[in-house]
Write a protein that binds this ligand. Structure first.
Ligand code: AMP
Ligand code: ZN
Length: 123
């Protein structure tokens, strides 16, 4: 993917590298603005991550101009859940921000979890 297409590639960022194809990922779907791939350490039968192609550090960094990208992430999450055949039982969308929430990768990502009963409140 060209620098222009990726918008704001950050070379030290794992998810920028998965988006660009430098680091392999099991990509489930891709649009101009978002990419969905399987989490390497799945916590449910379906555990995908939906990320913006353009590097945004986290959900707390989102600005009004990112509205279309955020909508694209939600639409991609629904598609990934439906394509897995597990959406009818329900699914959970999660964005972790900061240490206490367990955020480990500083590129905005939406977890899509489905296929088992998920506890609430979360641990
Ligand atoms: P978070 O803890 O919310 O920052 O989520 C980061 C997620 O990225 C974790 O669920 C990891 O299992 C996942 N992850 C880390 N490295 C990779 C990778 N190379 N490919 C796919 N998922 C990854
Ligand atoms: Zn990035």
């Amino acid at each position: 993917m060209s620098e222009a297409a990726s918008g704001s590639y950050v070379s030290g960022c794992l998810f920028c590298r998965i988006v660009s194809g430098e680091v392999p990922g099991e990509v489930l779907m891709r649009t101009e603005e978002v990419v969905a791939f399987r989490d390497i350490n799945p916590q449910a039968p379906l555990h995908a991550l939906v990320v913006p192609v353009r590097h945004i550090p986290d959900a707390a960094s989102v600005a009004p101009g990112d509205a279309d990208v955020l909508a694209g992430m939600l639409i991609a999450a629904r598609q990934v859940a439906e394509d897995s055949g597990l959406a009818s039982g329900g699914y959970r969308l999660v964005m972790n921000i900061g240490q206490d929430a367990g955020n480990t990768v500083d590129h905005l990502h939406l977890h899509v979890l489905a296929g088992r009963r998920l506890a609430w409140p979360p641990g």
